[in-house]
Each structure stands twice: as C-alpha cells, then as structure tokens.
Design a binder for this molecule. Structure first.
Ligand SMILES: [Zn+2]
Length: 75
C-alpha cells in the first residue's frame, strides 16, 4: 500500500508564510520575503518610518502674539 502520490497533502505543508510585499511564497534565504527585492522594499519602508523622528514641538499651533481670539468679549 505504498501507492501514495509523492505530493504531500496540503496539510503537511507548513503554513507557508507568504511574502508580505507581493504575496508570493517566501523563499529560503529571504524569509519572510520571496526575494531580495521584496526584502529591500520592506526595509525601505522601515527606514522611511524611522526617518520620521517625532519631535516634542508641535506643528506650531501656538503662535506667539495671538493673545486673545478674534472674537473677544467687547463691552
Ligand atoms: Zn515578494
């Protein structure tokens, strides 16, 4: 009874991690990506976000000089 097909059942295939970039099956050496290209793309995204250094200072909402609002309470 060894007439089984060489192909393993789907279940046997370890949950293949697909490339998060293009969705293709990952490749050995570039996991979890399918190729160096996709790995680079992901790395690029990573670096991009890293460049965005959060600053303590806000975008400048507090403008000096504007003591009171335009619609002050006039008596
Ligand atoms: Zn890919």
């Amino acid at each position: 009874m060894t007439d089984r097909p060489a192909t393993p059942p789907l279940r046997a295939v370890r949950m293949a991690a697909n490339c998060p970039i293009c969705g293709k099956p990952d490749a050995t050496g570039y996991r979890p990506f399918c190729s160096k290209r996709c790995a680079d793309i992901d790395l690029g995204r990573w670096l991009k976000e890293g460049y965005r250094v959060p600053t303590d200072e806000g975008p400048g909402e507090d403008e000096p000089g504007s003591g009171r609002g335009p619609t002050g309470q006039g008596s």
